[in-house]
Design a protein around this ligand. Structure first.
Ligand code: ADP
Length: 620
């Protein structure tokens, strides 16, 4: 057979170009990535060998071997894992399968040197070899197959595949080192790197003797990290393990290592990241909690192990009480797995609660990253709803910190019946919304909700400790029942006379016609002249806008225009109420202004501009 030549997928070429020219200072991570792949390959074969015992070595035989050739200037990482056949090679070592990778490559292209350390997160670990090598070869044979293959590339746009020979299953990756990467031929350097990054790997990583007077040396502890007692594991070791399972390179925000003995015994080692993974909202995203049964890797895509609202978790769960001898599909239906999932969720929520109660600052960081995801649980996980309600935090008008529901309800005024909130896309803009001016002046705290999931969980939960959630922009919101700090009678003095206001309201209604559902005097405004609120029983205004943006709604429904009887402009208008000519333009300008404050376009910009010019001219 002759040599076959393939071109890399365009994104891979781009990525390789960036990787090869990167100034990234931790190039040694290539070794971590290759060892990680080798260990994964052994995990996969160990699982297959459960049903096909003649496929692989016995349990004790799995290992990773590193060898160097001083003359050829090569370093090789060999494993006796699952291996790859021709189709696997073309598919996995020429493309990037993971969703979102293209976006990452574009992002990297802008600032190559800085962000290359995120490489592992994107499942492009193998390609990091080209940071130190001018040529990479992979000799491999798939378990259960006879043919072996040699994959080879200089990383410049194409790769070749030839037939090869290999005594047994597995893969050997050989790197032809660049001139400035000779340090990776040194025994001490290799051993330091392995100890730093790969000590947690559960199988031996052996450095082969390079000279006659040397012996093979196992470089790592070679027991799965989670099986070791927590007190013997350093923070650094946990971190490296987290990098390995999570394909992330930040520090873990929370590390949970537990051993549970009981009807269902298991060990879990779970991490909450300290930064937000780029693909958290990608529907194709795989979860990052790996399932092991008695130290045998089963799957890293186990539906039902952790609920979707905890999908930011990464780590492993290892249970000896699950059945090893059934298929992955059967295992997913095992009621024990459901129990295990429920126990994990309970544990994680309890630990989050501890942080929320004792370390509010740290919890705020977590909340900023994952609050939007955790809130999905409020409508997805009825059993844990109360626990989750204790964990939600909000920005609010009453302060710059985050507030929880318990604190909010405790601080409520005696006559306040509801938990008030306002939804929108930007908390800082929401703070200045006219609809909540009255709340602020009465000292009533309003929760600022800016995640799209808020539109779903609030109606589904509907209340907390018997207090209903109520939108501050709903028409029915009545502030007059809440006792004011200031004297209400005193307040009234500043208002336009009620009779004038009635005339003005009627006149505005007549002018605006179908453009509004109603016009009324407002009790919620203090500084602004006007604002819009949703019609009685109507959809929340922010939700309507979201639906319109996503083309789920043709147009926004007419709202209620509220006018402020204390505002100088409205008072003046109330005095002129009978004067039709003055009102024509003003009515539409007021409505337009209320829309602009909401971040909505005015319905007819040309007419709006003409009206504004006319009114300004009169004013000069
Ligand atoms: P990731 O490991 O995140 O999937 P890589 O780019 O490192 O990304 O590897 C791509 C794929 O190539 C792996 O998912 C695996 O299928 C295959 N692969 C890499 N190294 C090996 C190996 N030593 N043995 C078998 N398959 C491997």
């Amino acid at each position: 057979m002759t040599t076959e030549t393939f071109t890399f997928q365009a994104e891979v070429s781009k990525l390789l170009d960036i990787v090869a020219h990167s100034l990234y200072s931790h190039k040694e991570i290539f070794l971590r990535e290759l060892i990680s792949n080798a260990s994964d390959a052994c995990d996969k074969l160990r699982y297959q060998a459960l049903t096909q015992p003649d496929l692989g070595p016995d349990e004790a035989g799995f290992k990773v071997e590193i060898s160097v050739d001083e003359k050829k200037k090569t370093i090789s990482v060999a494993d006796n894992g699952i291996g790859m056949n021709h189709a696997d090679l073309v598919e996995t070592l020429g493309t990037i399968a993971k969703s979102g990778t293209q976006a990452f490559v574009e992002h990297l292209g802008k600032d190559g040197s800085k962000d290359v350390d995120q490489i592992g997160q994107f499942g492009v670990g193998f390609y990091s070899s080209f940071m130190v090598a001018s040529k990479v070869e992979v000799t491999t044979r798939k378990a259960g197959e006879d043919a072996a293959w040699l994959w080879s590339s200089d990383g410049k746009g194409s790769f070749t595949i030839d037939e090869a020979t290999r005594d047994s299953q597995g893969a050997t990756v050989t790197l032809y080192l660049e001139k400035d990467a000779k340090e990776y031929l040194e025994k001490l350097r290799i051993s330091t790197i392995v100890k730093q990054y790969s000590d947690h790997i559960g199988i031996p990583i052996v450095l082969k003797a390079a000279k006659d007077d040397e012996t093979d040396e196992t470089l790592n502890t070679a027991s799965a990290l989670w099986t070791r007692p927590a007190k013997e594991i350093t923070a650094e070791q946990y971190k490296e393990f987290y990098h390995h399972v999570g394909h992330t390179f930040d520090d873990p925000w929370l590390t949970l290592h537990n051993r549970i003995e009981g009807a269902l015994s298991y060990t879990s080692l779970l991490f909450v990241p300290s930064s937000k993974p780029f693909d958290l909202f990608d529907p194709e995203r795989k979860q990052h909690v790996k399932l092991y049964v008695n130290r045998v890797f089963i799957t890293d895509d186990c539906e039902g192990l952790v609920p979707p609202y905890l999908r930011f978790l990464s780590g492993i769960v290892d249970s000896e009480d699950l059945n090893l001898n059934i298929s992955r599909e059967m295992l997913q239906k095992d009621p024990k797995l459901k129990k295990l999932g429920a126990a994990l969720a309970k544990k994680v929520l309890a630990e989050l609660k501890k942080k929320a109660d004792k370390k509010a600052d740290e919890y705020a960081t977590f909340w900023d990253n994952f609050g939007g995801v955790l809130k999905e649980g409020l409508y997805e996980d009825y059993d844990n709803r109360d626990k989750l309600l204790g964990l939600v935090r909000f920005k609010h008008t009453g302060g710059d910190d985050l507030i929880g529901l318990e604190t909010y309800v405790e601080a409520m005024k005696e006559s306040q019946e509801a938990i008030y909130y306002i939804t929108g896309s930007d908390a800082e803009l929401l703070r200045t919304s006219p609809q909540i001016e009255g709340f602020k002046s009465k000292g009533i705290d309003v929760l600022l909700m800016t995640d799209s999931v808020d539109e779903f969980w609030v109606p589904s939960v509907s209340q907390y400790k018997d207090k209903p959630f109520k939108s501050a922009t709903a028409a029915s919101t009545d502030l007059s029942a809440i006792k004011d700090a200031e004297n209400a009678e005193e307040d009234k003095k500043d208002e336009a006379p009620a009779a004038d206001m009635d005339t003005l309201v009627a006149a505005l209604k007549a002018k605006l016609g179908d453009a509004v559902s109603d016009v009324r005097t407002s009790a919620r405004l203090t500084d602004s002249a006007v604002c819009l609120v949703a019609a009685e029983g109507g959809m929340d205004m922010h939700l309507e806008r979201l639906l319109q943006q996503h083309q789920k709604l043709d147009r926004l429904s007419p709202r209620v225009l509220e006018i402020n009887p204390k505002h100088a402009l409205i008072k003046k208008l109330a005095g002129l109420a009978g004067d039709d000519a003055a009102l024509e333009d003003t009515a539409f300008l007021l409505l337009g202004q209320a829309r602009i404050v909401e971040g909505e376009p005015v319905s007819d910009p040309a007419t709006f501009a003409r009206r504004m010019a006319a009114v300004m001219e009169k004013g000069l």
